[in-house]
Design a protein around this ligand. Structure first.
Ligand code: ATP
Ligand code: MG
Length: 667
């Protein structure tokens, strides 16, 4: 690999906050960046004081690379902060969870009711012998009991490991065993696109694969299957065990560094990692970033479309918003069930003010057409968020115009399971946004762009643009950008405390690459305003005739074509160039374009260097269950290899069909 990443895509549209938004925003004074930079640790201490602590910390940060301890000696409880302190005050009758089931049922749960429900579940878990430090695996559909069970675990000091309800028996067994969970909490089923996902049956299959640590399986009745003979002596029903429990249950005082949860990553790049998060630092960052980035206010109706099986659901459905006493909309099912306007109907029905979703969903909405959102009243919306992948400028603009009606700031948030909370994102009352850029590291977060050989090449800024690079070399010309590898250079409160049970893998994956910095695995470029443009995973970067080219930029150029709904780009081994650019493209419903036209579009948009060698038109792309494109499998297809690990795919038949079609075409 050469030292830096080529920067091709030139996006110069700028969206400053409106005066109206700025005036009412939680943060509107840019001075906060300088204050945080002057002393990040003191800055985070100030933020931690927003939480209720049973006992104060004595040391803000102990840093023994790669392990950080934040707010050492402090005692608190995450459930107390997310539930009790609201239930005991003026928010007691405020709705905490506004839930809609896929078949259409609605439940509105106030903070007072939430506390009672959480206490019942906590007492039920205690009655099963779950104690502080034990692990509980949660394998539930997106029903309120999922959030409640997470909070119940936090209440008694047990760590939860939520496994997304779309995972198979093998995946469930693997995660249960890795965490050595004592209890699995599941349901008889969940609804997804009109079908029932048989969670209990899958759990039974997982147990038969061997889950020796599991003593009890607690089963929620969601579907209403008539109670059949208990098939396994470990099964206990929710009705028998939870409903009659007392609504009193004390909150366990937890050390700031006690385990809060384990969560397995999406598995885009390989075997999932059991990411560990502790209590005080994680909750501090989740809470303040919700307030900053979403501008969360008392009267907001906040809708995050993620599943609690992903980190986004942990930090931005449960812990972050609820630490702020927010009203959170939770939806069980698919965005196109019964029709493709389901999200827009939900927004209209409940007057949603903040929407947080993923680029993969936005591209699907674009493909389905604007008539679905146009048919609903979206006037309650005031802010839009994006997370999960780089957002292509074209999708950003569509989101801004068609959903936000040009009124709502768009916040593109870069972070990962390992970082716990948002790291790079706009502050909507301060930052002028640029489509496709996550903009700048949040106050208190220090990030850099590195060369492949480990030099810090972050441009140092002056009023007129670059002054120099951090490593002392001359600054690039004005208007140019610096492309390389993203690094986080200062410890932050929400950072993972490791991979569960595997400190060596933790060191190797994240800390071997650079001697002093955290390596997230993503490429980035930084422009002359100090804005970060995430370029996708470093593993996916292509090396074409000596140039490092990011998949994201070529994909964005393709998506920029009016006929293209989605594109995935990979580097395919080429005997002369090293790698040749190969694209898989899905066209918009009813649209058409020739391969030559698409190649020409890329060449015209970002340069001949990035012109794809071949483009394969297809109907679907292989994605993880969290909706991310799995490029490594597309490389296997293009290079005629056997497919690698497909266990984290949402639908393994897609990539098999793609492989057959591709091989037919290639002859
Ligand atoms: P695994 O680590 O197991 O391969 P994963 O990385 O997909 O899985 P997550 O932690 O859910 O698991 O995803 C984090 C990654 O998603 C980031 O490292 C980055 O590649 C991508 N990502 C998330 N948000 C953004 C964003 N706003 N812009 C660009 N990339 C993003
Ligand atoms: Mg990752």
């Amino acid at each position: 690999m050469s030292e830096t990443i080529e920067t091709l895509l030139d996006e110069s549209r700028l969206f400053p906050p409106s005066d109206e938004f700025r005036a009412q925003a939680n943060l509107n004074d840019p001075e906060i960046y300088a204050r945080a930079a002057a002393d990040p640790v003191a800055f985070w201490e100030e933020q931690a004081k927003d939480l209720d602590w049973f006992e104060p910390w004595h040391t803000a940060l102990e840093w023994h690379r790669p392990f950080a301890k934040w707010f050492v000696g402090g005692k608190l409880n995450a459930c107390y902060n997310c539930v009790d302190r609201h239930a005991a005050g003026p928010r007691a009758d405020k709705i905490a969870i506004l839930w809609e089931g896929e078949p259409g049922e609605v439940r509105k749960i106030t903070y007072r009711e939430l506390k009672d429900e959480v206490c019942r579940i906590a007492n039920a878990l205690t009655s099963l012998g779950v104690k502080k430090g034990d692990r509980v695996c949660i394998y539930l559909p997106m029903v309120p009991e999922l959030a409640m069970t997470m909070l119940a675990c936090a209440r008694i000091g047990a760590a939860h490991s939520v496994v997304f309800g779309g995972f198979s028996a093998d995946s469930l067994a693997e995660r249960t065993n890795d965490a050595q969970a004592k209890v699995i909490v599941t349901a008889d089923g969940g609804y997804r696109r009109g079908n029932v996902v048989p969670l209990l049956k899958i759990t039974e299959d997982a147990l038969s694969l061997g889950c020796a640590s599991v003593e009890t399986v607690l089963v929620l009745n969601r579907i209403g299957t008539p109670s059949s003979e208990p098939r396994n002596p470990k099964f206990r029903s929710w009705g028998d065990l939870v409903l009659h429990q007392s609504t009193d249950c004390p909150c366990e005082p937890m050390d700031s560094e006690d385990l809060l949860f384990i969560l397995y990553t999406s598995g885009s790049t390989g075997k999932p990692k059991g990411i560990v998060h502790t209590t005080g630092g994680y909750l501090t960052q989740a809470a303040v970033t919700s307030k900053w980035v979403f501008d969360l206010k008392e009267n907001d109706v906040y809708f995050c479309t993620a599943d609690c099986g992903w980190v986004t659901g942990h930090s931005y459905i449960v812990y972050g918003p609820m630490a702020n006493g927010a009203t959170c909309v939770m939806y069980e099912g698919a965005p196109d069930s019964p029709d493709k306007d389901r999200f827009w109907r939900i927004i209209e029905r409940y007057g949603v003010t903040i929407l947080y979703t993923a680029p993969t969903a936005i591209r699907a909405f674009m493909k389905w057409g604007s008539e679905y959102p146009d048919g609903c009243d979206l006037s309650s919306l005031r802010l839009l968020g994006s997370v999960g992948e780089p957002i292509n400028p074209e999708a950003w603009i569509w989101y801004h115009e068609v959903i936000g009606k040009k009124r709502c700031p768009v916040v593109d948030t870069w972070w990962q399971t390992e970082t716990g909370s948002i790291m790079i994102a706009p502050l909507p009352g301060i930052t002028a946004t640029k489509p496709g850029s996550a903009t700048q590291p949040l106050p208190g977060i220090v990030a850099a762009v590195m060369s492949e050989d480990g030099r810090d090449i972050t441009p140092v800024h002056g009023a007129l643009g670059y002054l120099a690079c951090a490593d002392g070399r001359d600054a690039p010309a004005k208007g140019a950008e610096v492309g390389g590898i993203l690094a986080i250079t200062h410890p932050w409160p929400g950072m993972t405390r490791g991979i569960y049970g595997d400190p060596d893998r933790f060191q190797k994956v994240y800390w071997d690459k650079f001697p002093n910095h955290y390596f997230p695995g993503d490429g980035t470029k930084v422009d002359e305003d100090g804005y970060f443009w995430l370029l996708g995973r470093v593993d996916d970067i292509m090396l074409v005739a000596g140039h490092n080219i990011s998949t994201m930029e070529v994909e964005s150029a393709l998506v920029d074509h009016h006929a293209v709904a989605e594109a995935a780009v990979i580097g395919k081994t080429h005997e002369l160039k090293g790698q040749a650019i190969s694209a898989f493209v899905i066209l918009r419903t009813g649209a058409s374009a020739t391969v030559d036209e698409l190649k020409a579009h890329v060449a015209q948009k970002i340069g001949a260097l990035a012109r794809p060698d071949d483009i394969f038109l297809c109907a679907d792309l292989p994605k993880t269950r969290s909706g991310k494109i799995m490029r490594r499998l597309l490389r296997d297809v293009a290079e005629g290899r056997a497919l690698g690990d497909t266990t984290t795919l949402a639908d393994p038949t897609i990539v098999r069909a793609l492989k057959d079609q591709y091989e037919d075409k290639e002859g």
